[in-house]
Ligand binder design. Structure first.
Ligand code: SF4
Length: 220
């Protein structure tokens, strides 16, 4: 059932910017990123700490207008943890109603059940080296659809072995596409590629395109 407009029609936004999608199935596509402020997690490798606080309150209409100004086809709602703000659900619905191709990047710690079914969800399962493994909400796996993706960000060989166990335990490759991604500067992409090949894993390996292109520059 469609959500009704919220009484408080606003969201706290860290930035809205246009770039190439650096990860996931839509990698390389020009995309507008709407980065919502705030996250209840503190992953050790987090590269968007600046989005934990600050930002600006924007009305839904402002967010939609700023997004439309880039004439995008793809929109990614990210964070922080976007679902930490309740109005994120209504924003996602509004973006889908405007006929954008919408994806949501989420930590996997919060309930995804109410996310609009037109949204492509890219959901992390936090690995041990993130320091936030205990926050994984495994009930979410049952809410994913085939067009969604599960992402493991791997910092060590122990993370890789752990991810292989989760792949088996929850038959994740049958749920949706599974992404394995190395933490830049912590795990060699070449080593990860070799492990995946040696183990014949049904996963897609990815490196972060935006970091190859622009390094850690904020806003890309
Ligand atoms: S969930 Fe994402 S934004 Fe939050 S701390 Fe972890 S990496 Fe950073």
């Amino acid at each position: 059932m469609p959500l009704q407009p919220p009484a408080q029609d606003r969201l706290r936004v860290s930035e809205i910017f246009y770039s190439l999608q650096g990860e996931s199935r839509t990698v390389g596509w020009p995309t507008v990123f709407i980065r919502l402020t705030g996250c209840p997690l503190r992953c050790l490798y987090c590269d968007t700490r600046y989005a934990f606080q600050g930002g600006k309150w924007l009305s839904m209409a402002d967010i939609l207008a700023q997004t439309a100004a880039f004439y995008p086809h793809y929109i990614t709602v990210t964070g922080g943890e976007p679902l930490a703000q309740k109005n994120c659900l209504y924003l996602l619905q509004s973006l889908c109603d405007a006929e954008y191709a919408v994806s949501l990047e989420t930590s996997g710690a919060l309930d995804i059940a109410a996310v609009d079914s037109r949204v492509s969800i890219v959901m992390d399962l936090k690995t041990p080296s993130s320091g936030e493994e205990s926050k994984n909400r495994y009930l979410n796996v049952g809410e994913l659809k085939q067009s969604d993706q599960i992402k493991f960000v791997l910092g060590t060989r122990a993370d890789y072995d752990w991810a292989c166990l989760k792949l088996d335990e929850y038959a994740l490759a049958q749920v949706c596409e599974v992404l394995f991604s190395p933490v830049q500067g912590a795990l060699s992409a070449t080593d990860l590629a070799n492990w995946i090949l040696a183990d014949h894993l049904p996963v897609r390996m990815q490196v972060q395109l935006h970091k190859l292109l622009w390094g850690d520059e904020k806003g890309r």
